[in-house]
Structures are given as C-alpha cells and as structure tokens.
Design a protein around this ligand. Structure first.
Ligand code: HAM
Length: 429
C-alpha cells in the first residue's frame, strides 16, 4: 500500500516529463498568439460551485466528484474541470469591470471518480481556455479555430472537429417535450440514473455512458430541428466564419456534451486512427453560467483538452517531439584528489549557464565516459592527478574524440566557445 499509488493516478517520470514541458510550452505560446492570459485557479472550491455551475444532473456532479468535509465542516470538492472555477474567479475578482471579453487559459490537474482505463484517469490534466463577456459568433469560431490549431499544429492526422448547437432555454423547451415523447415508451428500460433524468433533464439521457441507454436513444429527435431563430442564425454565422478561416468541421447532431452549462455552440475534437476514439478536447458556449453562480449576465465560451489524451495520441501517431539537450558538459574527476577541483569546476560551469553532470562515486575513467555518453554530453572535462599538478583539465569533444589540454582558469570560456562552435556546425548541417 505504502509504495502503490491509488487507482487512476499517474506518476510522470523524469524520462517522460520533457514531453509535458514541450507540449505545455507549445500551448502557452499558442495561447499568447490567440490573445489569452493565464489564470491560476485553486485545486479545490466550495462543492456548491460545481453543483450549481456544472449542474446536478451531469455525470460529473452525480457520480464523479471528490468531495470532502474539511476541519471547519465545509464541503469542498477537488476541481473536476476548470470552467466553473474560472467563472467564479471572474465574478469574485470583478474581472468584468476590465476590457471584455476577458480571455483566460489554465493548465493543471483535475479530479474525477471515473472508471480508469487508457486515456481515462481519476487525476488527469487539462489545458483549457475561457472567453467571457462576448456573445458574437466570431468568438465561437475563434475558440474552435484555436482548438483545431493545437492538434493541426502538432502535426496530428485525422483531426476532426464535431460541431453542434445545443440551443438555448427557449428552443430547449420545445425540444425537451419532443424528446420526452420519444423516450416515454422506453422509460422503464432506461438505466436508473436516466429514469431520474427523464423529468429533470432529458437531454442528459442522450449522453449516458450505458450501452443499453445509448441504443434506446437511437432515432431520438435532434435539437437541431428545434433551434429558435436567434440560435439558428448564430450557428450559421459560426459555420460561415469557420469556413472562411479554412477550419474543417462536421456537424454532429447527436453531440450534446456532458456538462449542463452549455448553450448554443458545442464541439469536440477527435484525432484517432479512424477518428472514432473518445474526444481529446471538448467545449462550447455557456451563456447563463456566470449569472447562474451569482455574477452579471455575461456569456462565455471555452474548451479544455486532456493532456494525457493528447500525449497518448501523439505517441499512437508516431509523432517525434524534439527532445531537449539534457547535458552540455560532463566533468570526470579521477581519484579522491580531484574531488575539490571537480566540485569547483562544475559550479563555475553551472553559474555560466551550462547544464553540467558529474559522477560522485569515484568511478574509473571508462565508467565515467559511459555515464557521459548516457546523458549525451557534448563535452567531457577530465581531471586526473597529472592535471591537478599542472592546474589543467583535458577537454574532450564527444562527437569527434578531439582532445585538448587547457588551463583550469580558461576552462569555462574554452568550453563555452567549443559549445558555440558545435551548435553552429549543427545548425549548418
Ligand atoms: P470535458 O469534455 O468534461 O469538458 O473534458 C475536456 C477534456 O478533458 C476531454 O475531452 C478529455 O480529453 C479530458 N478528460 C475528461 N475526463 C478525463 C479523464 N477522466 N481522464 C483523462 N482525461 C479526461 C470540460 O471539462 C469543460 N470544462 C470544457 C470547457 C471549457 N467547456 C467550456 N469551457
């Protein structure tokens, strides 16, 4: 138990973490290009925020939240997603008094008590964006274009944008009645949860993960046929702008999304081999959420992607991310006498900005050269008894085996010069 992690969580080991850094840097850069700034929200919030924000009839609130009572008897919940927290922060910090729309992004861990499997975890990481305070269709198209570009820009294949409009409370009224009429004959065959959803929120039944319910809802009417004029015009304009921007999409009338706050535009992105695997990214408009949690009546739209799913897809598609250099110089001190000079030299090299590795266990030259190879050091500095006597070090260039003896005092600047030359040669190649 002590050395076993809980189900559904992951260690990200040092050998893998560079991929996370790569993707996170890429996402932060892209967010900047699209005009988004980072907003860091807490890992836990008052439970009520998620109940109100995400909705009581969503799977997330009904079955998946990590909720606990703290020592002050407050009910708190580990965030299952970022939108509700961003909305809360937007209201609490009166960000609505600044320029609108406000454009925010976030990266970090989320928690859902879900059945773990490949790409589905109990602690997972999302990158998400939220644009709050604008109802224009151009904002929807921008969010979809940003999401699409994330996957397209990483060179993924089969990137599919599934787009739909889930309407507003006006069009949903008529749709709800039509859906209930359609489902009524099968009401007692639905799963227990869906039977309770029938009156509270029948649209949620379309999204049920139970295979049996999924079969029963086949042939149900689609919200698309019930859109009010405003929602239809909005949807048409979103599609028109996407087409003008060259963003490919397919309208998917069955897409309803699993969280209750969505209105109008809803979308998901898949990038599977056949385009059929679960979504890497999902989002949509939430025009009533800010008001619902006690803020001004301002609309919003955003999306979030699963970082683990993104990395898994990159791996499945054989994408080669550029691994960063881990070590510039390896300092190989030989024998106890070299200990002080080795420590001094490592420190000076590190202060000059270089990535430096060394051995601490008094290994022989052969073993240290092997270690230098393993970390792909470009240069090895060797310090033996002879070198200590002459206050010198041997500088060996790993790519061609070239060796020069230099004075200790010149070592840092010599290594810097050599590394610059190696870099220029690499760039020219
Ligand atoms: P969501 O569809 O629940 O939307 O999650 C977004 C993405 O998070 C999913 O497409 C998936 O890649 C990833 N994800 C969700 N659950 C898990 C899990 N258990 N394990 C691994 N990855 C997972 C939201 O969370 C909304 N807040 C998105 C949004 C932002 N809508 C508007 N703004």
């Amino acid at each position: 138990m002590l050395t076993t992690k809980p189900r559904g969580v992951n260690d990200i080991l040092p050998d893998e973490v560079w991929k996370w850094h790569y993707v996170e840097n890429y996402l932060r850069d892209l967010a900047g290009r699209f005009g988004f700034q980072e907003l860091r929200i807490p890992i836990f919030e008052h439970t009520e925020l998620f109940q109100r924000g995400i909705g009581d009839t969503s799977d997330v609130v009904e079955k998946e939240m990590y909720t606990f009572t703290d020592r002050g008897d407050r009910s708190l919940t580990l965030r299952p997603e970022g939108t509700a927290g961003v909305a809360r922060s937007f209201v609490e910090n009166k960000l609505y008094s600044g320029t609108l729309p406000g454009k925010y992004y976030y990266v970090g861990p989320m928690f859902r008590y879900d059945r773990p499997q490949a790409g589905r975890y109990r602690q997972f990481n999302q990158f998400g964006i939220e644009t709050i305070g604008g109802h224009e269709p151009a904002i929807d198209s921008e969010a979809v274009a940003f999401a699409y570009e994330i996957f397209h820009g990483l060179g993924l294949e089969n990137v599919l944008v599934h787009l739909n409009s889930v309407g507003c409370p006006v069009c949903r009224k008529a749709y709800r009645a039509a859906l209930q009429d359609h489902l009524m004959p099968a009401l007692h065959d639905l799963c227990e949860t869906c039977q309770t959803r029938f009156d509270r929120n029948p649209m949620r039944i379309l999204d049920c993960k139970s295979k049996h319910c999924h079969e029963l809802v086949q042939g149900a009417p689609s919200i698309n046929q019930y859109l009010c004029e405003d929602c239809q015009n909005h949807f048409d304009q979103v599609k028109k702008i996407l087409e003008a921007m060259g963003i490919p999409y397919a309208v998917d009338q069955n897409l309803v999304r699993g969280l209750d706050y969505y209105t109008r535009t809803a979308f998901e992105i898949t990038a599977g081999k056949e385009g059929a695997q679960s979504a890497i990214c999902g989002g949509g408009r939430y025009d009533n959420l800010i008001e619902e949690i006690g803020g001004p009546a301002l609309p919003g739209i955003g999306f979030a992607l699963g970082m683990e799913r993104l990395l898994l897809t990159l791996e499945q598609q054989g994408s080669q991310l550029q691994k960063p250099d881990f070590c510039d110089v390896f300092v190989a001190g030989l024998g106890g006498n070299a200990e002080i000079l080795t420590s001094q030299l490592c420190h000076s090299l590190r202060l000059s900005g270089l990535r430096v590795q060394r051995d601490y266990q008094g290994k022989g030259l052969k073993a240290q050269m092997k270690a230098a190879d393993r970390v792909a050091a470009k240069i090895v500095l060797i310090i033996g008894d002879d070198e200590i006597a002459r206050q010198a070090v041997i500088c060996r260039q790993m790519a061609n085996g070239e060796q020069t003896t230099i004075s200790v005092n010149d070592a840092v600047s010599y290594v810097q010069q050599k590394l610059s030359a190696i870099k220029v040669e690499g760039d020219i190649k």
